[in-house]
Each structure stands twice: as C-alpha cells, then as structure tokens.
Design a binder for this molecule. Structure first.
Ligand code: NDP
Length: 286
C-alpha cells in the first residue's frame, strides 16, 4: 500500500527589528532544502513590545526554533525555559524548541571558533588573544576562546564599563587570564599576541571603509588576524594581510554559527558547503 502523503512542514526563522537585511535566511533556506521536514524559513520583523507574544508563537506554531538578532538577544532571556552556554555569554542568538520548552543557545562564539580551527587550522590552546570590542559578538568569541584553552585575553574597549564586565566574566567563569585595556587613540598590539580579533561593529555596511584605530605597524606576520564583519575583506584585514598576518574573515563565523543552529534544530549535520555557497553568492563573491 502506498504511504500516505505527509505535507506537514516545520518552521524555523529569524526575528529582529530591523530584520530585512539579515542574511541568515539565505543559508538556512539553502540548508533546509536538504532536510524536507523544514517547510519554510521565514524572516520575521518583531517589535520589542511583541517579543513575548512571538515566543509564545514559536510554541504555538510548533516551530523547530528561531534565530534572534538585534534587539532581542538579551531581552528574550525572561521568555525562555532554559539556557545552555547562553547564561555565560549573557545573550541568546538561537532558540531551540524541545517539546514545549524553549531553550536559549548562543552559537556566535562557537561559529567563530569553528571557522578559526576548521577553516584556518588555528588552535587557540595556550595562545595570547587580543579582542577589540566588548559587545555581544566579543563576549561570545572571548568566552569560547577562553573555554577552548586560550591562555591570555586582553579585552580592548572604548567603554570602560563594558570592557571590565567582560574581563570579570572571563576571570570568574573560565580558566583563562583576562585583562582590560582602555581604548583611547591608536591601540598598539602587544608583543606576544597570537590572535587578534576585531569584534566591534566598525567596518559594518554602509561604513565599509572604516577600520579600528590601531597602530597597524605593530601587527606581525606570526599573528592570526580575524574580523567579525562577514565581507570578503575589510580595511582591517587588508592592513593585517599587508604585514603578512594570516587573515580570517567573518563569513566562516556566520556560516558555522548557522550550521550549529541547524544541527540543534534538526539533529542533522548541516550542509556547510551549501550554506557557504549560498552566502557567497548572496554577498556577490561567486
Ligand atoms: P554590539 O553593539 O553589542 O557591540 C559593538 C562593539 O563595538 C562594542 O564593544 C562597542 O564599544 C564597539 N564599537 C562600536 N563603534 C565603535 C567605535 N567607533 N570605536 C570603538 N569601539 C566601537 O554589537 P555586536 O557585538 O552584536 O556586533 C558587533 C559586530 O559583529 C557587528 O558588525 C555584527 O554584524 C558582527 N557580527 C558578526 C557575526 C558573524 O557571524 N560574522 C555574528 C554576530 C555579530 P562600546 O562598548 O564602547 O560601545
């Protein structure tokens, strides 16, 4: 007897405000073609005042889960039943529905780590790291690097309060030793730095010509220099490349954070190459 048709679709999505230019859907749609049960990947504008209702909707629509972007990553915390490492990061970028429970995850830092280790072949264990920035991306990256065995982290930030908060978090919750450096004027990268990360929003479109204020002559060829901006290159990476440093752009981070989310939603390994290709095409790099 022929099997009864099953037209049931399960949804995933990304919510934020504004959300129209968020590239996540491009790669998640491409990935879900390989997993027939995901019926639709939607990009949904959710106003801050509607976040609680939207989270109820994730349950009501039986969604597999949802990605969150600005301004919901911290505001969502009270609407969740449980958190994984998100509690340590203090922000959630991926919500996973497990039965009727909503679990908060943060895949940004793990995505960065996957791009660094798998694509660039760099092992952070025992390394000295400088992170420019102390916002959501910087927190996720710094914590994952520390948990992955980085020995020393210097957090360089314009706002002293945000920078010190992250340093306290690293020193109290991870085995790494962290210190704060106030960012005023041109920052010289200290001798002994192995990995340098621009985790600020400097260089984000439309301000693609901007770069962090740093003494670029202090970058050496032995360093690995990373940017969170998901562009083929940035003025920051170009400066590093000119000095012979190995560079890692933010596209890999974006793909892997999505791939980790896909696995959390479906239980399946994500088609990473399919996701890379979809984003590369969307960003005009094909
Ligand atoms: P936040 O707003 O949380 O943090 C921004 C950080 O940048 C803060 O540390 C802020 O310093 C610093 N900053 C901003 N402007 C300046 C400036 N002119 N001079 C010095 N410091 C500055 O943003 P997020 O952490 O969420 O995002 C940061 C970047 O990471 C964005 O470009 C985002 O697109 C990217 N990102 C990339 C991902 C990927 O997968 N590739 C994933 C997630 C984010 P202060 O504390 O002083 O305000």
């Amino acid at each position: 007897m022929a099997e009864a048709p099953n037209y049931r679709a399960e949804l995933v999505g990304v919510s934020g405000h504004p959300v129209s230019e968020n590239p996540t859907v491009v790669m998640q749609e491409a990935a879900s073609l390989s997993w027939a049960s995901i019926g639709a990947t939607s990009r949904v504008e959710v106003l801050p005042a509607d976040l609680a209702a939207a989270m109820k909707g994730v349950r009501a629509f039986n969604m597999r889960g949802v990605n969150l972007t600005i301004p919901h990553k911290v505001a969502v915390l009270p609407h969740l039943d449980d958190k994984s490492d998100a509690a340590l990061m203090g922000a959630v970028n991926t919500v996973v529905r497990a039965g009727d429970r909503l679990v908060g995850e943060n895949t940004d830092g793990k995505g960065f780590l996957a791009a660094l280790t798998r694509d660039a072949g760099v092992d952070p264990r025992g390394r000295g790291v400088v992170v420019l920035g102390a916002g959501g991306a910087a927190r996720a990256i710094a914590v994952e690097l520390a948990l992955a065995g980085a020995a020393r982290l210097t957090i360089v930030n314009r706002s002293v309060e945000h920078g010190r908060e992250l340093v306290d978090l690293l020193n109290s919750r991870t085995p790494a030793k962290a210190e704060f450096a106030a960012w005023s004027g041109s920052y010289a990268i200290p001798v002994g730095t192995d990995i340098l990360v621009n985790a600020t929003s400097i260089g984000l479109a439309p301000n693609v010509e901007d770069k962090p204020e740093a003494a670029y002559e202090s970058i050496t060829s032995g360093m690995v220099v990373c940017d969170v901006i998901p562009a083929p290159t940035t003025p920051f990476l170009a400066e590093a490349g000119r000095r012979g440093a190995k560079t890692v752009d933010g596209l890999g981070m974006l793909v892997y954070q999505g791939a980790i989310g896909f696995k959390l939603w479906t239980g399946l390994d994500a088609p990473v190459k399919v996701m890379y290709d979809a984003l590369t095409k969307a960003f005009g790099r094909a």
